[in-house]
Design a protein around this ligand. Structure first.
Ligand SMILES: *Cc1c(COP(=O)(O)O)cnc(C)c1O
Length: 339
């Protein structure tokens, strides 16, 4: 096998040796199948292609100091994919079958799991979509589920660091009663223009307000938001936010560290009162925010002047990573150690 420069890997597609596939036909799921091809053949009128009948997941496996591979909270991803299936009228992949497919994909590609020292991880991408032809808008009769994996580099190459975000009211991520709470590809297609503009202006991400009133904080890029003040971890509650498993985990850890945790509407002006803010998700765990510029109102909320994250973000980040890599005991049953 080629020599992989683990520590300098980015977040880009890369082939591994095998992927796991499963087909839904005649009202039931078939057996899990192993494939060594990175291609699929589906009907040109598949519902996934025309009407976006698709959902995906993202999770990671980590190699510990003991050489063992750990998968983080995959039961949560399995259940979230079922929720996404409800939101798109797709066949639901059973939780146990989803987890078995993930285990198989990781084990068969064991040599792609980066070594402990690199700080890199194996990214796992389950995807589910409608494959049978429709031209009228209707759900498919047949579905395909795939799990593929690839090694991805450490998110922070130069150490744990802050970046600037921007509020732009000309873009919405999702409507209050829309699809924002599901992990579906359409939400990502809808975010590309906003993302491009934010990047061109020198920001790492766009910061979304609620679409209806533009009063409350919703999500930042494809990550959940949290703010810290007075020993309290505060994260928005909204019907258009994707329930992040990282955020859910951080809330538990914050509470165990003796902090108060609040999940509630967060008015945008409250940003001026936070000591620390961050975006959270599987990719980075926490991406701490240096400042949030309000593009429309010519205003700036500053959280870090020297690029360094605050102490709470720092502590939460290292705590969660330590659990994922097996450096600290998994007291919550979040980690499955592969045998
Ligand atoms: C995947 C995703 C997140 C992060 O969820 P995790 O389970 O923590 O990875 C947050 N927001 C959106 C829109 C997402 O798609």
């Amino acid at each position: 096998m080629e020599n992989i420069d683990w520590a300098n890997l980015g977040f880009g597609y890369r082939d591994s040796d095998f992927n796991i596939r499963c087909y839904y036909k005649n009202g039931e799921w078939g057996e899990l199948e192993v494939s060594s091809s990175n291609k699929i053949e589906i009907h040109m009128s598949a519902t996934a292609i025309h009407y976006g009948q698709e959902a995906f997941e993202g999770l990671k496996a980590f190699k510990g100091q003991d050489g063992k591979i750990r998968i983080f909270r995959m039961d949560e991803n399995a259940r979230r994919m079922q929720d996404s299936s409800e939101g798109t009228l797709m066949a639901k992949m059973p939780v146990e079958k989803f987890m078995e497919a993930v285990r198989m994909a990781v084990k068969l590609n064991e040599k792609f799991v980066p070594p402990y020292e690199s700080g890199a991880a194996l990214y796992i991408r389950p995807v589910l979509f409608g494959t049978s032809p429709q031209i009228g808008v209707k759900p498919a009769d047949e579905y395909m589920f795939i799990v593929f994996v690839m090694p991805v580099g450490p998110y922070f190459k130069g150490g744990f660091q802050t970046t600037p975000f921007v509020i732009m009211r000309e873009f919405d991520r999702s409507a209050p009663l829309g699809m924002g709470k599901y992990k579906v590809g359409g939400n990502y297609a809808a975010s590309l223009v906003a993302d491009k503009k934010a990047h061109e202006l020198g920001y790492s991400n766009i910061f979304y307000l609620d679409a209806k009133e533009k009063k409350y904080i919703d999500e930042c890029g494809a990550a959940n938001f949290f703010g810290v003040k007075n020993n309290t971890y505060i994260t928005p509650k909204s019907s258009s936010i994707l329930p992040s498993i990282t955020n859910k985990s951080l809330m538990v850890l914050a509470e165990e560290m003796g902090m108060k945790v609040e999940r509630r509407q967060v008015p945008v002006e409250e940003l001026s009162t936070f000591e620390e803010t961050g975006a959270c998700g599987t990719a980075a765990v926490i991406s701490p925010i240096s400042r949030i510029d309000d593009y429309d109102e010519n205003k700036s909320y500053v959280f870090s002047k020297d690029g360094k994250p605050g102490p709470v973000s720092e502590k939460l980040y290292h705590k969660l990573r330590a659990i994922q890599y097996g450096d600290e005991p998994d007291t919550h049953g979040w980690v499955e150690v592969l045998d």
